[in-house]
Design a protein. Structure first.
Length: 384
């Protein structure tokens, strides 16, 4: 297998080995050009945070997965496979392996991005990187999420219907994780692919944001980044990103709004007729008939106040104008605070007309509902 950016790998892992168990190093000055962007290979980290991941040998992960047995294959995508395994100390792990058939430099760079991003984040609602391996391929090692993804539990007809309490917990937990990425890190992290298949669940159903292959760092002095090509998943793409490649925190906010609608309704982001979930939900939200959004499988068993909060938060997040979308801090205020100040979010008449005119969903109807410009879109994680 051919590897790119050899110097970058060596710098990343030599810093890791020198620093294991000690203070996190300062950000490397090394940069690389990517689509006219300057990309830092080793991101800065939170002050005094200690590294908790390590480099594993190929023999260790091969033994853990029984030589990558097909019986341990729990997920497969366009460029990666995920295997479950168990280390010698008994810890359950998930090993994400770049498939040998993949020779695309962008996919290899996404693996490097995921390592650089996840190696220095620490939050209960963000997946933890346990280690990695660069022997005989590229591998990322995570804690194994025995419950699978939100998508697998929400849409699998062979599983019991997800109850309302769990749905609300997932929505709030995911919001907290995203807020951490935007505000709790030294440099803001824009995930760019927030969706139900990328939210994994722990044994106690705590959500964890995963799959950082498309993530971008946003320096504090920058208002946004302009990125080409457009990557992500149809049904979740914010208008300004889809049309102009503009990426900032509001890009993730829009996708989060779609995710919340999926949690409420049990519907997929794009249905069989190619209609996007947010285009279906907008008229219902505007008319205030939020009970029509609720998954009928719940049989009316849901908390009315919590529904009102989630629906209102979603309605703000999926606004066409990023200016009128809330930050994740404000989203959390709407979702969990005692009072909702709806007047604060009322848009001027002219802005409301533009929202009604906006036909973004028409651009998505031409595409197959399962299509994504992200290689991660077909990577499904089975629950055990």
């Amino acid at each position: 297998m051919r590897y790119i950016r050899t110097g970058s790998f060596k710098r990343l892992f030599s810093i890791k080995r020198r620093s294991f168990g000690g203070e996190v190093p300062k950000e490397s000055d090394s940069t690389e050009e990517d689509n006219n962007e300057t990309v830092k290979i080793v991101p800065i980290s939170e002050p005094s945070q200690r590294l908790t991941w390590k480099c594993l040998s190929y023999e260790e992960i091969s033994d853990a997965t029984n030589d990558f047995s097909s019986d341990n294959l729990v997920g497969k995508g366009g460029y990666a496979e995920v295997y479950r395994g168990r280390l010698e100390d008994g810890q359950a792990i998930a090993v994400k392996r770049l498939t040998k058939a993949c020779s695309d430099e962008r996919k290899e760079k996404e693996f490097l991005t995921e390592i650089g991003t996840l190696s220095h984040v620490c939050h209960p609602n963000v997946t933890s990187l346990l280690g990695c391996c660069i022997d005989s391929g590229l591998y990322l090692i995570f804690q194994f999420s025995s419950r699978g993804s939100v998508a697998s539990l929400l849409h699998d007809e062979n599983l019991p219907t997800m109850d309302w309490k769990t749905r609300y917990k997932i929505a709030v937990g995911t919001a907290r994780g995203l807020h951490y990425l935007h505000k709790g890190c030294p440099r803001r992290i824009i995930h760019r692919d927030i969706k139900a298949t990328n939210i994994l669940l722990t044994a106690d159903l705590e959500p964890q944001i995963s799959d950082f292959g498309l993530a971008k760092w946003l320096p504090s002095q920058w208002t946004h980044r302009s990125i080409i090509p457009i990557e992500g998943t149809f049904g979740h793409l914010a208008p300004e990103y889809f049309m102009h490649g503009i990426v900032d925190e509001k890009t993730d906010v829009f996708a989060f709004g779609v995710f919340v609608l999926e949690i409420i309704s049990g519907k997929k982001p794009v249905d069989g007729s190619h209609q996007s979930l947010h285009s279906w939900a907008k008229p219902i939200l505007n008319q205030g008939e939020i009970e029509k959004l609720v998954d009928p499988r719940l049989g009316g068993s849901y908390d009315v106040t919590q529904l009102s909060r989630l629906a209102f938060a979603a309605s703000l997040c999926i606004r066409a104008s990023s200016t009128w979308r809330p930050t994740m801090s404000e989203v959390l205020e709407v979702m969990v605070e005692n009072e909702m100040d709806k007047e604060r979010w009322k848009m001027p008449g002219e802005e409301e007309k533009q929202e009604e005119f906006w036909g973004f969903e028409d651009l998505e109807c031409e595409c197959d509902s399962s299509f994504s410009t992200s290689p991660h879109d077909s990577l499904s994680i089975k629950s055990s």
